[in-house]
Design a protein around this ligand. Structure first.
Ligand SMILES: Nc1ncnc2c1ncn2[C@@H]1O[C@H](COP(=O)(O)OP(=O)(O)OP(=O)(O)O)[C@@H](O)[C@H]1O
Length: 610
C-alpha cells in the first residue's frame, strides 16, 4: 500500500484567503440546489424570512404588553383591551414561530435528501466520464474520496447558508431597534464578539487542513477497517492470524490522527471559552448601562425589556452568525473539493472523428508501440508491431507480467501508447469515437468484477440495454455454461448473488467465471477479448467452453490470453511475449518447430510442471 508521509499540523495549511475564496463556490452550489427543487427552495426561503422577522416582532409586542401593564397599574388605565390585544398577538406570533421553524426543518430535510441523491448521481456519472488512467492515480482517488464522503457536509452547508441569511435578517431587524434607542450598545456588542469569530475561523482552517492532508491516511484507515471486518477477507485473516497485525497498523495510524485532532479541538474550545467570557462581561456591562438608564428615567420599563431582550438576542444571533460563518467557510472548502472533482476534464473528445467501419475489413495493426503506465518510467511494452487480421483468432502467451493484458488495454483504448500507433482498418483508433469503438468489443477481464446483483443482471451487464431480453441472456449463459450454474440455483436467473444482501448465494470461482464469460457473450460483438477465460474452470468445462467459443467466433476477430496451452494451441496465430516484446509468433505447429520459449513452456505443461 503506497503511503504518504504522515502529516504534521503545519503541513498543507489552508490560508485565510483560500478559506474566503472557497465561499465563491456557494453561488454555484445554490444553483445546483435551486435546480434540484425550485418550489421547496422558495418555500424554505420564504419561511426563513418570516422566521427572521419574528424575534423582533415578539420582543416589540412584549414591550407593548409591559407598557400596557404599567399604564394599568401605575396610571390607573381602565381599558384593558390594548393589553389583551397585545397578548393575543404575541400568542399568534409564538405559534407562527413554531410553525415556520418546523416548516423550515421539513423543507431543508427533503431538499437536502433530494440534493444528496442528485449529487451522488453526478459523482457516479463523472467518475465514468473520466479517463480510466486517472482511476489509478492516488491524487484522483483523494479527490474522489473527499467529493464522495462529504455529501452530508454539503447538506449541512445548505442549511447553514440559508440559516445564515435568516440570522442576518434577524440581526438587521434587531439592530434597527437597538439603534433607535441606544446606538452605543451596538459597538459594545460587535467588539465583544469579533475576537471569538477570528478564533473560530483560525481553528476551522486548521481542522480542515488536517483533515485534507490526511485524506490518504483516512483512506488507508477505511481500507484497514474494510479488510479487518469483511466476509471476503475473514478466511485469510483468521488463518494467517492477521488480526493483531491489522489492529496495530490501524491503531498506530488512527492514534496519530486522533492526537493531532485532539490537540486542535482542545485548543479550539479553550480559546473559545476565554472569548465567550469576554462576551458575557460585555453583556453584563450593557445590562448595567440599560438599568442605569431606566433608573435615571431615560427609558421606560417596557423599553428596558425590549432593549435587554434585543441585546441578549442580538448577542446570541451574532454568535450564531459568526460560528455559522466559520462552519460555512469550513464546509465550503469541502465544496471546493466537490466542484474540483466535477471540473476534472472529461475524456478528450476528438473533434474530427471518423465513422467506424460497420464490419472490420483489414483488421488491427500495432505499429512500433511503446507504453509505460502513467506515473511510471517502466516501459511495459517495447516497440511492438503486429497485425490482427479481420476474423483472425489470435492468442497472447507469456510469463506473468510479460505485458499481455496491457496490450489488450491499449487495444481497448483504456490507455494510449506512449509512442507508436494502433490502427483499425488503416486509421489510428484515436480517430474513432471512443464509446462507439469500445462497443465493438465483448470482453472478459481477468479481474472481472463480481456484482452482488441477480444472475440475470450479472449477465445482462455485458449489454445492459438488453436486460429484458431473456432469450439473449439464456443464450449467453448456454455458451459459457453458466446455464448449468443457474439450474442449481434456487431462484434461477433471479437468484441474488454474493452474501451481502438477503437470500444471496455465493458461487465458486469457476461458477463466477462462467457468469462473467456469459457477460462477454451478451454483446454480439465484432471482436472478442478473453483474458484468462478458463483459469478457474475444471478440465471438462474448459474444453466444452472452448468448443462453444470457437463455434461462436467462427468469423469474428478474437484475442485470447491464456496460460493453458490446450486453449491457446487452437488459435490461428500465437504471439509469445517476453518482457514487453514479441519473442515469437506463429501457429502452434510453427512455434513447436521453432523450439524456443513456446515449445519449452508447452512441453513443461504437457509434462505437468506448469
Ligand atoms: N495499472 C498499472 N500501473 C502500473 N503498472 C502496471 C499496471 N498494470 C500492470 N502493470 C505492470 O505491467 C506489467 C505487465 O502487466 P500485465 O498485466 O500486462 O501482464 P500479463 O502479461 O497480463 O501478466 P499475467 O500473466 O500475470 O496476467 C507488470 O509488470 C505490471 O506490474
Amino acid at each position: 500500500m503506497a503511503r504518504t508521509q504522515p502529516k504534521s499540523l503545519n503541513d498543507q495549511k489552508i490560508g485565510l484567503k483560500s478559506s474566503f475564496d472557497s465561499l465563491f463556490f456557494i453561488p454555484r452550489f445554490f444553483k445546483e440546489i435551486w435546480r434540484t427543487n425550485k418550489t421547496l427552495f422558495l418555500t424554505s426561503a420564504f419561511c426563513r424570512i418570516v422566521a427572521a422577522l419574528l424575534p423582533v416582532a415578539i420582543l416589540w409586542v412584549g414591550k407593548l404588553i409591559f407598557d400596557a401593564i404599567i399604564q394599568i397599574t401605575t396610571h390607573g388605565e381602565k381599558d384593558y383591551s390594548a393589553l389583551w390585544h397585545s397578548v393575543a398577538i404575541e400568542f399568534i406570533l409564538v405559534v407562527l414561530s413554531d410553525l415556520v421553524g418546523r416548516a423550515i426543518s421539513l423543507t431543508d430535510g427533503i431538499l437536502g435528501d433530494q440534493y444528496n441523491i442528485n449529487s451522488s448521481i453526478k459523482i457516479i456519472k463523472k467518475t465514468n466520464e473520466i479517463d480510466i488512467s486517472l482511476l489509478e492515480n492516488s491524487e484522483f482517488y483523494d479527490k474522489l474520496d473527499r467529493a464522495r464522503t462529504q455529501t452530508a457536509g454539503r447538506v449541512d452547508l445548505m442549511s447553514n447558508v440559508l440559516g445564515q441569511a435568516q440570522t442576518t435578517i434577524s440581526i438587521f431587524s434587531l439592530v434597527i431597534g437597538l439603534i433607535y434607542f441606544e446606538p452605543y450598545l451596538i459597538v459594545l456588542l460587535v467588539l465583544s464578539i469579533f475576537p471569538s469569530f477570528i478564533n473560530e475561523v483560525r481553528f476551522s482552517q486548521q481542522q480542515y487542513s488536517l483533515a485534507r492532508s490526511w485524506t490518504s491516511e483516512r483512506r488507508e484507515l477505511d481500507y484497514l477497517r474494510f479488510i479487518g471486518a469483511n466476509d471476503k477477507t475473514a478466511k485469510e485473516i483468521k488463518l494467517f492470524g492477521l488480526t493483531s497485525f491489522l489492529v496495530e497498523r490501524f491503531e498506530t495510524l488512527a492514534t496519530r490522527y486522533f492526537k493531532l485532532n485532539k490537540s486542535l479541538v482542545v485548543k479550539r474550545s479553550s480559546y473559545g471559552f476565554l472569548f465567550n467570557v469576554l462576551g458575557s462581561i460585555s453583556y453584563y456591562a450593557a445590562y448595567v448601562f440599560i438599568i442605569y438608564r431606566v433608573l435615571s428615567g431615560g427609558i421606560t420599563l417596557g423599553e428596558l425589556t425590549f432593549l435587554s431582550g434585543s441585546f441578549n438576542r442580538l448577542m446570541s444571533s451574532l454568535r450564531d452568525f459568526f460560528s455559522k460563518f466559520t462552519r460555512i467557510s469550513e464546509s465550503s472548502l469541502y465544496l471546493k473539493d466537490y466542484f474540483d472533482f466535477l471540473d476534472i476534464p472529461s475524456e478528450y473528445k476528438n473533434e474530427k472523428e471518423v465513422p467506424l467501419p460497420e464490419k472490420i475489413k483489414i483488421g488491427f495493426e500495432f505499429k512500433n508501440v511503446y507504453f509505460a503506465y502513467p506515473e511510471s518510467d517502466n516501459q511495459i511494452v517495447k516497440d511492438i508491431s503486429f497485425v490482427i487480421k479481420a476474423g483472425e483468432k489470435i492468442a497472447f502467451v507469456g510469463q506473468n507480467g510479460a505485458g499481455k493484458t496491457t496490450l489488450t488495454k491499449l487495444l481497448l483504448r483504456f490507455y494510449e501508447p506512449t509512442s507508436g500507433e494502433i490502427l483499425l482498418d488503416g486509421i489510428n483508433i484515436n480517430r474513432y469515437n471512443k464509446a462507439n469503438y469500445q462497443e465493438y468489443f465483448g470482453v472478459l477481464f481477468q479481474d472481472f468484477f463480481k456484482y452482488e446483483f441477480s444472475v440475470k443482471e450479472n449477465i445482462a451487464i455485458g449489454k445492459i440495454d438488453e436486460i429484458n431480453d431473456y432469450e439473449r441472456i439464456q443464450k449467453a449463459a448456454e455458451l459459457s455454461l453458466a446455464n448449468e450454474v443457474v439450474s442449481e440455483l434456487k431462484y434461477g436467473y433471479d437468484q441474488q448473488l454474493g452474501k451481502r444482501f438477503a437470500k444471496g448465494q455465493e458461487l465458486s470461482g469457476g461458477q463466477w467465471q462462467k457468469i462473467a464469460l456469459a457477460r462477454a457473450y451478451m454483446k454480439n460483438a465484432e471482436v472478442m477479448i478473453l483474458d484468462e477465460p478458463t483459469s478457474a474452470l475444471d478440465a471438462k468445462a474448459e474444453s466444452e467452453v472452448f468448443e462453444r467459443f470457437i463455434g461462436l467466433i467462427k468469423d469474428k476477430t478474437s484475442v485470447i490470453i491464456s496460460h493453458r496451452f490446450s486453449t491457446v494451441r487452437q488459435a490461428d496465430r500465437i504471439l509469445v511475449l517476453q518482457e514487453g516484446k514479441i519473442l515469437e509468433s506463429g501457429t502452434h505447429n510453427e512455434l513447436m518447430e521453432n523450439k524456443k520459449l513456446y515449445a519449452q513452456l508447452f512441453t513443461l505443461q504437457a509434462e505437468g510442471y506448469l
